[in-house]
Design a binder for this molecule. Structure first.
Ligand SMILES: C[S@@+](CC[C@H](N)C(=O)[O-])C[C@H]1O[C@@H](n2cnc3c(N)ncnc32)[C@H](O)[C@@H]1O
Length: 223
């Protein structure tokens, strides 16, 4: 009886610790469809940068039971939510979250260079530019040659943000923080070239978002 009570209180605790972002609930299935096209379900390691609540890592992991998912967050107050979602994954392939500031040197934070895939959802435009620069620089170091980075969000292209709803969204996030803002795919392509990362596929996603698939070149050299 005592152990049942303890179990029930732990579950209640986990439920209360799970935070749900409506956007993550909406976009997780369309993003999964892209991942299914690119991720091989063979043993390997996936690093998620800016895991937020942990909804994505837990949802994706159960579809790729042979891959091990490493969530990470800058905001450590989200760790309990990330852990609570991870504990519910039947395939048990989500690790405890680690602290990663995208703008820092990840190796000094203990991130190894063994990753096959990096996933980054809705961070590039909702964080200061050094986070994006850091993302590409670090991914150039920690992703295995031939490995993939999948980024999702709203992007401009050739200096144009469209449609109007994305222009309004850009204004809104810049009002929240002048260092935020929708980034241009062409600038990201240039940035990636410095670190041996090439844009290999682009997917149009619901609500005027895009999924970009980036490939780390096999020679491990900047292009
Ligand atoms: C809009 S939320 C997206 C969260 C999650 N990926 C999702 O889609 O639900 C933006 C995330 O970027 C994270 N973030 C902000 N600054 C960061 C930084 N310097 N390094 C890494 N992540 C950062 C925030 O903590 C937050 O979780």
């Amino acid at each position: 009886m005592e152990s049942l009570k303890r179990l029930l209180s732990i579950n209640a605790l986990n439920m209360s610790q799970k935070i749900s972002y409506p956007a993550a609930e909406r976009n997780k299935t369309p993003i999964l469809e892209v991942l299914k096209k690119h991720l091989k379900n063979v043993e390997g390691d996936v690093l998620e940068i800016s895991s937020g609540t942990g909804q994505h890592a837990a949802f994706f992991a159960r579809h790729f039971p042979k891959l091990t998912f490493q969530p990470s967050e800058y905001d450590t107050s989200l760790f309990p939510s990330i852990k609570a979602y991870a504990e519910e994954v039947p395939t048990k392939n989500v690790k405890d979250p680690i602290y990663v500031n995208a703008a820092d040197d990840w190796k000094s934070l203990g991130v190894s260079n063994r990753f096959d895939y990096v996933i980054n959802v809705n961070m590039i435009h909702v964080s200061p530019l050094p986070c994006t620069t850091g993302l590409f620089k670090n991914v150039g170091e920690i992703l295995k040659p031939g490995g993939l980075m999948i980024t999702y969000g709203a992007y401009a292209n050739n200096g144009i943000i469209e449609p109007q709803s994305n222009i309004d969204f850009d204004k809104e996030i810049r009002k929240r923080n002048p260092e935020f803002g929708i980034r241009d795919i062409q600038d990201l392509i240039k940035l990636g070239k410095n670190y041996g990362i090439e844009l290999s596929s682009t997917y149009e996603m619901p609500a005027n978002n895009k999924c970009l698939v980036w490939t780390k070149n096999v020679t491990n050299q900047p292009q």
